[in-house]
Design a protein. Structure first.
Length: 94
């Protein structure tokens, strides 16, 4: 019974985090890929691309050994840090 509740809680959290990562990826895509290749994608298309890539890459994750609060901080701050570095690179290159 408990595992059903875990699954019911994990699905919406995973969906929200996936869309958050896709939103960050869409901004980076618009900054770096669209100007060079002219390919525009939506957030949902990037979400699908990220799902396919996640199936193809190794699944080892060292963050899984951390405490839950560290995992939440990692998953919330990692995309923002990536976006910040991308912002710096975008304006340094442009």
């Amino acid at each position: 019974m408990v595992w059903i509740l875990v699954i019911l809680l994990a699905l919406p959290i995973g969906l929200v985090l996936g869309l958050y990562f896709a939103w960050v990826a869409s901004i980076l895509w618009g900054w770096f890929i669209t100007p060079v290749f002219g390919i525009e994608v939506t957030i949902l298309q990037l979400y699908g691309i990220m799902l396919v890539v996640s199936l193809l890459r190794p699944t080892y994750n060292s963050i899984a050994k951390e405490k839950p609060e560290n995992q939440i901080a990692y998953y919330m701050l990692s995309p923002l840090l990536t976006l910040g570095v991308g912002y710096i690179v975008k304006f340094w290159l442009m």
